[in-house]
Write a protein that binds this ligand. Structure first.
Ligand code: PGA
Length: 259
């Protein structure tokens, strides 16, 4: 089976650079034991740790297994926007991937589809690989219409080459571990939702390679094998479990075993 992508979304954790270093040390130690096998990891730390995490990735075994990501990007490269971090700054720090439209930004911070679309364009303009998050709030009768609309408005105005450069993370909000009563989706039902997204894109002249569709939402060592072992799922976006060192290494061990 081909190598699956594991995106580690640290959100606003850990509290200190020392703890970030401990997470990376643990993963480094594990990756050093893999021999010829290579993992495909992206670490997305909080902005304040991006530079230091980038340095650690370059000076450990992780150089062979990982890339640096950011959790967000400013809509504009030059405009004065207090509190934002622009694409050019992220590039200089060695960032390669950027999470776009995470549901916590969409729903908890009110980021509209229009803003998400502008951030996606900013990521592409700065030559990052956008990790575009899509997902419904509830699995109700309208969920498929919702996903179609969200897909179209998120990708509005892009050409097919630009869309092909994206990764899409299907992350139903009800499955994200910080949502009350969260439960993970199943690979079968995640694949059905991925098909809705895929068909919406196809109907509009866009297509992405199958391995560019990822799943996120309460991924742990208990279910990682089911998702990573699924043909139509190119990898996982891991939040909570990615900052629990032992748990994260268990997920990585499963990814390595499946190769
Ligand atoms: P979770 O988060 O793995 O903690 O559910 C995933 C995400 O929010 O990207």
């Amino acid at each position: 089976m081909s190598k699956k992508l594991i995106i580690s979304n640290w959100k606003n954790h850990p509290d200190s650079l020392a703890e970030a270093g401990q997470i990376l040390d643990t993963v480094d130690e594990f990756s050093g034991s893999l021999g010829e096998k290579e993992l495909s990891l992206v670490f997305c730390p909080p902005f304040v740790f991006v530079e230091e995490v980038g340095k650690i990735l370059k000076t450990s075994h992780l150089i062979h297994h990982s890339e640096l990501g950011a959790q967000d990007i400013s809509v504009d490269d030059n405009m004065a926007l207090t509190g934002e971090v622009s694409g050019p700054i992220l590039r200089r720090l060695g960032v390669r991937y950027v999470i776009i439209g995470h549901s916590e930004r969409r729903w908890k911070l009110g980021e509209s589809d229009e803003i998400v679309n502008k951030k996606l364009k900013a990521a592409l303009r700065n030559e990052f690989v956008p990790i575009v998050c899509l997902g419904e709030r509830a699995r109700d009768n309208n969920f498929s219409d919702f996903l179609e609309e969200q897909t179209l408005s998120t990708f509005a105005g892009l050409n097919s080459d630009e869309v092909a450069r994206c990764l899409i993370a299907y992350e139903p909000i009800w499955a994200i571990s910080t949502t009350p009563d969260a439960r993970p989706d199943t690979p079968e039902s995640a694949l059905a939702s991925i098909s809705i997204i895929k068909n919406t894109l196809l109907a509009n002249g866009y297509s992405l390679m199958a391995n560019r569709y990822l799943y996120g939402g309460s991924v742990t060592s208990r279910n990682a094998r089911d998702f990573l072992g699924s043909e139509g799922i190119g990898g996982v976006l891991v939040g909570g479990a990615s900052i629990k060192r032992d748990e994260f290494v268990k997920i990585l061990a499963i990814a390595a075993e499946l190769q």
